[in-house]
Design a protein around this ligand. Structure first.
Ligand SMILES: [Fe+2]
Length: 407
């Protein structure tokens, strides 16, 4: 039998829609050419050979069958009209081996054929008016451990990641200022692809903050449609051990952004950056929200809500258990930290949480007991739900459709 491999690179200027259309057409080849066996297609993931973006491979019983495919009118037309205009370079190799094609399944790698999004939410950099007081808030009320700091900044962490919150002293402020939201990216290939997609969208890429640069291997900054600075980074530094604290979060899960540029933000985060939609709360007089996810498969690593102005509405930390959430709640009550939204049961992400808020330290802080994580298969196939703007879709413990008051 003949085994053949085609490795290829799309021209840089070919947009994602066209790439997806070509890949979808290739995936139909085994149906179009029934003698083609054991077809596989996907993005090139080799760490050694990075010139080729994709590859597909297949088998034919003999050379005559291969030639019949290559010389068919439909294949020649595909190559002439669809393939050559978008392919920068290709490399085709074939070999003859003993035996017959053993299987007839086809394997199309769906995950790599879509543009990859960032991996997950890394940290928030917040300007605060009183650094010492904010350090006290994040250590006592959120359970973070203070790491690198001086009179001008402080980095605090919940787990092994380098930090979750970076506070920057700015005595001119009366309330917090959200300076940067950082997301991790799983590889340099994905980082390069994100940079290309952002440039294609007309975005200007900038340098990382020096302290971010010191805590990762690679990355860049970019502004979202709200003017919010984002940093996208690879290999965010980690500690060998989590903090030796019994009461602490285990992860920083998501920021929630309120925005007057809702549709543009949806387009930017989903179509350009590759976040995937998990659920939508559809628009009515109460507004609209989108819960969107990164490659870490949390139900949402970012949420967007339509509003009159832009602000980071909350940051969500996942605690070890409901017990730890309630310990945080009693600490907040004990020290008179306002709780604008008390214990809620989020149906969308199956988590029980409460929110505390002191704007001199940062956005609302959500402490939750867990957060739904999609399986790899759900991550590729999930169809977002469209939910009405009903309080019971935000908190399943609400009594009725008009029970808005506690949120
Ligand atoms: Fe949240």
């Amino acid at each position: 039998m003949i085994k053949q491999t085609v490795a290829f690179r799309f021209k840089d200027e070919v947009d994602e829609t066209t790439r997806a259309a070509i890949l979808a057409e290739l995936a139909e080849f085994p149906g179009r050419y029934p003698d083609m066996k054991n077809f596989s297609l996907g993005r090139n993931i080799s760490s050694r050979e990075k010139n080729m973006t994709h590859t597909f491979m297949f088998e034919f019983a003999d050379e005559a069958a291969l030639r019949a495919y290559l010389e068919s009118e439909s294949h020649e037309r595909f190559v002439r009209e669809r393939w050559r205009p978008v392919i920068e370079t290709q490399s085709i190799v074939a070999l003859e081996v003993e035996g017959e094609p053993s299987r007839t399944e086809t394997a199309v790698s769906t995950a790599p054929s879509r543009p990859r999004g960032p991996y997950g939410f890394a940290f928030a950099r917040l300007g605060v008016p009183d650094l010492a007081k904010s350090i006290e808030f994040y250590t006592y009320h959120v359970g973070l451990q203070l790491e690198g700091h001086d009179d001008t900044y402080a980095q605090l962490r919940s787990n092994v990641a380098h930090h979750d919150i970076e506070l920057v002293a700015d005595p001119s402020l009366t309330e917090f200022d959200s300076q940067t939201l950082a997301f991790t990216v799983e590889s340099d290939e994905v980082l390069d692809d994100l940079a290309r997609r952002l440039k294609d969208d007309g975005r200007e890429l900038g340098e990382l903050h020096p302290r971010t640069k010191a805590a990762c291997r690679n990355g860049f900054s970019v502004k979202d449609p709200n003017g919010q600075t984002l940093e996208l980074i690879t290999d965010f530094h980690v500690y060998a051990e989590p903090p030796l604290l019994e009461w602490r979060p285990v992860d920083l899960v998501h920021p929630f952004l309120s925005t007057p540029h809702y549709e543009e933000s949806q387009r930017f985060y989903m179509e350009v950056l590759g976040f995937l939609p998990s659920d939508y709360i559809v628009s009515d007089r109460r507004g609209a929200s989108s819960f969107i996810r990164c490659e870490d498969r949390y139900h949402h690593s970012l949420a967007l809500r339509r509003d009159d102005s832009y602000y980071v509405a909350h940051l969500c930390f996942r605690m070890k258990s409901l017990d730890h959430v309630l310990r945080g709640r009693t600490k907040a009550i004990y020290k008179d930290v306002p709780i604008p939204s008390d214990i809620v049961n989020h149906s969308a992400s199956t988590s029980i949480a409460f929110y505390m808020y002191d704007p001199t330290h940062g956005p609302r802080i959500e402490l939750c007991d867990g957060h739904r994580v999609f399986t790899p298969e759900e991550h590729e196939t999930h169809k977002p739900r469209y939910m009405s703007a009903d309080p019971r879709n935000i908190d399943v413990w609400r009594a009725a459709a008009d029970d808005w008051e506690r949120f």
